[in-house]
Design a protein around this ligand. Sequence first.
Ligand code: NAD
Length: 262
Amino acid sequence: MKGQTALVTGASSGIGRAIALALGQAGAQVVVNYRSNAEKAQQVVTEIMDQGGKAIALAADVSQEEQVAQLFAETIRQFDSLELLVSNAGVQQDAKLVDMTLAQWETVLASNLTGAFLCTRAAAREFLRQGPRPESRALGKIIFISSVHTVIPWAGHCNYAASKAGLDMFMKSVAQELAPQGIRVNSVAPGAIKTPINEEAWSTPEAEAELLKLIPSGRVGVGADVAQAVVWLASEAADYVQGTILYVDGGMTLYPEFAKGG
Ligand code: NAD
């Protein structure tokens, strides 16, 4: 990733943080986007710089068109070019369908789906504007952080599952549309990864034991599991990979309840 700039949305915590660190280690200049926690974003920047990398932290709510425009303009102003967008920012606001407010529905769709649209459009415009660059065979690369809940229905989380299922078809449509121009578009779909978004599902031994029943590989994932998949998808080694969803889920999508017979 030497000489390439990577913008990671929602990178002050969890999976985004792990992706930013891994891309920094792989030689990329990293833009650590965050919505509100400047201090945590700065810690990620400091960690990348301590490893000899280059990084900056930029605030933006990815669901806001004007803030996304500023995020990309500032990225180019500071790093001159952009080679990779990792659209990772996402939220959960859980409720049973009958209790779900319109605000809960709209908040999740705004960050998880509209945010991905706004950032993808800005990245694609930038890739087309800057033209081919020697650092990468692709004109540009976009990687979404999807979820196993595009194929596993999730009671009590219908807003989240719908946003991620929408993201998958958005990814495939955009991958089809942008392939002729040399822009690579793919997704990584994590299973259960230990981050703040799902802390109650793994933070006590009892909760973790319940969760492990759903994971054939026998462990809950960590951010680095997802980050390494992202680094590979962004690399030249994956230059022929287009419109793919790479599951990083310890087998969660393998119908674990059928492991001992149906
Ligand atoms: P997290 O809560 O640590 O990270 C999400 C980050 O996105 C936060 O830093 C948050 O501030 C940021 N964010 C949310 N809305 C934003 C907005 N509008 N603008 C800018 N930033 C915004 O949780 P995480 O698990 O690291 O989640 C990262 C991504 O991975 C999310 O898209 C999530 O849906 C996805 N994911 C997580 C898991 C898991 O098990 N942890 C599984 C599948 C998918």
